[in-house]
Design a protein around this ligand. Structure first.
Ligand SMILES: Nc1nc2c(c(=O)[nH]1)N[C@H]1C(S)=C(S)[C@@H](COP(=O)(O)OP(=O)(O)OC[C@H]3O[C@@H](n4cnc5c(=O)[nH]c(N)nc54)[C@H](O)[C@@H]3O)O[C@H]1N2
Ligand SMILES: Nc1nc2c(c(=O)[nH]1)N[C@H]1C(S)=C(S)[C@@H](COP(=O)(O)OP(=O)(O)OC[C@H]3O[C@@H](n4cnc5c(=O)[nH]c(N)nc54)[C@H](O)[C@@H]3O)O[C@H]1N2
Ligand SMILES: [Mo]
Length: 762
């Protein structure tokens, strides 16, 4: 079967565009493979529509003027994955011990189908056995009761709705901690920290509408064709208007090169395609600060010359004067930056940077779009700050068609932060929560993802509750983390499908199956809607209609409510049962805590295109310490955070076109020409020759972090690829074993997954 791991993997360049017939074929393959019923397929027509359900894949905005089918290949795969008719039942667990299942691949675990019953781990047989919901909830409360609240972690993955997230955060704070790490800690936390410090908001300032007003786009480190394909429509429309798209990415990603719209019959029939990037710069991994410094140098040089000649300035001096702080120091740093160092660190010749600077200098309104290629570095926050520096130089924030546009990951990851999923006290209205619920909220900073990992390893974390996700597989340092996990006193996993984290139970462990967002959620007051926030701060209602995978599933709010009721003392200000009976009551509570954002929540819930939560920086109101937008002088030109050395490479851990994070849909990475395997090591042909390797040879990677710890990933197929020298590419999550837990972005603690120091062992 094509989707199965193959003994004879094929790796050869893919000639087609992003989208196109390849994406249709890919769908035609996954729907029957998941035995999705025809009536469930009808759900696809409701995807991302007002009064439909909001896609469970990425966080790209859902437009008001939607297409007939407002979904993409990846969104349809995510839907098929949730609506599959395969089931993972108690009978399955009776047949397989966890020790045995630990030998299974991520693909095989999830592909086996939806979880159907609440399960308790039975240590005597090393198996999960069915239990009742009451037994699970009582068991969880019995374990949590005696524990120090500070030793308990409440993780969540960014798919969970605003309603469930709000309840979850409140439960943790009432329980006595803010140990609320979420997937954002591994993702765009560098954005939240960097943008907040620079412009006073932790999120991007733009909306879909801005794509209609920009005349250039700078595009850094985001693989749009695989990870946010619906954006290709917006980029294509930009290109049709003549917008210049200047891309910085170590890899030639197909979605950034060219696109055929699978929903456009004419393009499909004529094999028409739109070229996306007008310039493509294959920056070194970790080389973006240097590249942006080069652009800044040209801007300053041309500005000096223009002013001397009495011509219009290149920099927006009025904006800089009125709206920013720290420009003189930044200007000095730009003037002082050395071209040889810029070329070396970016891996790009001065002439290429001059080309991109020309586009930027000419454009009146510029979007800077970026993803994990900037945030997942030791200097990830500086990367984000450098993007802001560049935008501020020409007043490109707070006007139509301009501004930072981080592409968020999970479909509600940004929204979780909005409603209190955070370890940071300053991000929650603590006083309001206390007044609303009559309790003393913790003010001590909670544990983020990296700190939770440390705590699991050193034993100070005793219990771990996970509202979705696959924490253990997504975090660095796989080996020691897996070993430490089973020493937890309690682990609770709320999930839709079996994944590797579930195979490492705490001493007491429960695996609790929940409804997915596409499924109908009926509570005492009738069918319920939930809501999510997209990448551009628009909030959408979502209504599942599909028949639940099993009659034994509970919704996420119902599970959180039931746990909260048992672990917290009764509180006259919160009636968990009433909230679960009618989610409108949760929304009333959310709006009371966050009136600025959620005013008229219920009436605006199904606004086509979502309702916008507002953004002060987009109005040029800067909620920073200086009340201005802040320039930052980057301390280093490299974001990698470690020195180059002979034989040391920078490994980028990447997603394929056939996965959603740790969920592996199959073994193809169509755009990169990989078929039948994920055990690939992308390497520059010259590096391959220099290291005495040959194409197809099997090698291992070893950690070269210099911390004396051995980390090794075996069985990788040497694959010559168009990738800058000194850089390697391989897949996440398999290669997480190579990432030290302490290799993370300095200020944001995002694991630095895009420049991991490794050596090749033949
Ligand atoms: N289908 C699908 N959709 C997804 C996901 C998925 O796994 N599958 N995941 C979701 C989530 S949670 C997230 S966060 C997003 C992730 O989406 P992306 O932000 O696209 O993340 P990655 O796939 O990790 O790839 C990042 C890109 O950065 C490039 N890159 C690596 N290092 C550097 C660098 O130093 N500089 C520059 N300029 N580029 C670099 C890589 O070549 C790659 O093209 O997508 C979301 N959407
Ligand atoms: N090396 C490396 N590591 C990385 C990254 C990288 O680029 N490189 N990327 C990082 C990023 S950006 C992210 S966001 C994290 C992702 O980390 P997570 O968000 O923790 O991981 P996912 O793979 O998205 O979680 C998949 C699981 O979620 C469960 N699930 C699916 N739908 C639902 C639902 O509706 N409800 C519930 N309760 N559970 C559900 C299923 O059981 C499934 O197995 O990984 C990070 N780790
Ligand atoms: Mo993410």
């Amino acid at each position: 079967m094509a989707e199965q791991k193959s003994d004879k993997p094929q790796i050869k360049p893919f000639a087609g565009p992003a989208g196109g017939w390849g994406s249709v074929r890919s769908l035609a393959e996954i729907m029957p493979r998941e035995h999705v019923k025809p009536e469930a397929l009808r759900e696809l027509a409701r995807q991302n529509k007002p009064d439909g359900f909001m896609c469970v894949s990425c966080a790209w905005p859902k437009p008001a003027d939607h297409h007939p089918f407002e979904f993409c290949e990846e969104g349809a795969k995510a839907t098929a994955w949730e609506l599959t008719t395969f089931r993972t039942t108690p009978e399955f667990f009776a047949e397989h011990s966890l020790a045995e299942l630990r030998g299974w691949k991520d693909y095989d675990l999830e592909q086996h189908g939806r979880l159907t019953h609440p399960l308790r781990y039975d240590a005597a047989t090393d198996k999960y056995v069915a239990c009742s919901w009451e037994e699970a909830f009582d068991g969880i409360a019995a374990e949590l009761g005696p524990l120090d609240p500070k030793s308990v972690v409440f993780y969540s993955s960014g798919r969970t709705s605003l309603e469930a997230s709000y309840m979850y955060g409140l439960m943790a704070r009432m329980f006595g901690n803010q140990n609320l790490p979420d997937s954002s800690n591994m993702c765009h936390e560098s954005t939240s920290v960097g943008l907040k410090a620079a412009i006073g908001v932790p999120v991007g300032t733009t909306q879909l509408e801005d794509f209609k007003h920009c005349d250039a786009i700078l595009f850094f480190g985001q693989n749009v064709g695989s990870n946010a394909p619906r954006m290709l429509h917006d980029l294509r429309d930009c290109r049709k208007r003549g917008v210049e798209i200047v891309t910085f990415n170590p890899l030639k990603e197909r979605g950034l090169e060219r696109f055929t719209d699978p929903q456009n019959p004419i393009e499909m029939a004529t094999l028409g395609e739109t070229a996306i990037s007008t310039q493509y710069h294959q920056v070194k991994a970790g080389g973006d600060i240097a590249a942006m410094m080069g652009i800044a140098k040209f801007l300053v040089e041309w500005d000096d010359a223009a002013l001397a000649a009495g011509e219009p300035a290149v920099l927006d001096h009025d904006f800089i004067e009125q709206h920013t702080s720290g420009f003189p120091d930044f200007l000095n740093a730009v003037r002082a930056a050395d071209w040889a160092a810029i070329e070396h660190e970016s891996g790009l010749p001065q002439a290429e940077l001059e080309d991109s600077a020309r586009i930027y200098a000419k454009a009146k309104a510029v979007l800077a779009i970026y993803g994990m290629g900037l945030t997942q570095h030791v200097k990830g926050v500086e990367n984000v700050r450098m993007v802001v520096n560049l935008l501020l130089m020409r007043g490109n924030i707070g006007k139509p068609g301009a501004g930072p546009t981080p592409v968020r990951g999970h479909s509600n990851v940004q929204g979780q932060r909005t409603v209190g999923i955070t370890e940071k006290t300053e991000l929650v209205p603590v006083d309001r929560l206390e007044a609303q619920y009559g309790f003393t909220a913790p003010r001590e900073k909670g544990l983020d993802t990296v700190e939770s990992c440390r705590g699991v390893i050193d034993g100070s974390v005793k219990a771990f509750i996970a509202l979705g996700g696959n924490f253990l597989r997504a975090v660095p340092e796989t080996g020691p983390m897996e070993e430490a996990w089973t020493r937890l006193q309690l682990s609770v996993q709320i999930a839709t499908k079996l994944n590797r984290n579930h195979l490492f139970p705490g001493k007491v462990a429960y695996l609790l199956p929940c409804l997915g967002r596409i499924e109908e959620d009926v509570q005492a007051s009738g069918p319920q809607a939930v809501s999510v926030e997209d990448s551009t701060s628009c909030i959408h209602g979502s209504r599942g209609k599909a028949k639940p995978a099993s009659p034994h599933l509970l919704s996420e709010p119902a599970i959180v409510g039931a746990i909260a009721k048992r672990i917290l003392p009764p509180n006259p200000h919160v009636d968990w049962d009433a909230w679960v009976a009618d989610y409108r009551r949760i929304r009333v509570a959310i709006a009371e805590t966050y009136p600025e954002v959620f005013k008229d929540y219920e009436t605006r819930l199904f606004t086509p295109g979502g309702f916008w939560k507002g953004n002060k920086a987009s109005e040029r109101i800067w909620l920073t310490a200086s009340k201005k937008a802040e320039f930052l002088v980057p301390e280093h030109l490299s974001a990698a955070g470690f020195a180059d050395a002979p034989g040391r490479y920078r490994l980028m851990t990447l997603r394929s076109n056939d996965q959603f994070n740790t969920t592996i849909y199959g073994y193809h990475d169509r755009f990169r020409g990989v078929k039948g395997t994920r055990d690939v090591l992308f390497i520059n042909a010259a590096d391959m020759a220099e290291a005495g390797l040959s194409a197809g040879q099997i090698v291992a990677l070893e950690s070269d972090a210099g911390d004396g710890k051995a980390r090794r990933q075996e069985g990788l197929i040497v694959t010559p690829y168009d990738i800058p020298r000194g850089c390697l590419g391989a897949y996440y999550p398999e290669c997480n074993v190579l990432i030290p837990v302490e290799h993370h972005a300095e200020e944001s603690h995002v694991p630095a997954a895009k420049s991991v120091p490794v050596r090749i062992a033949a």
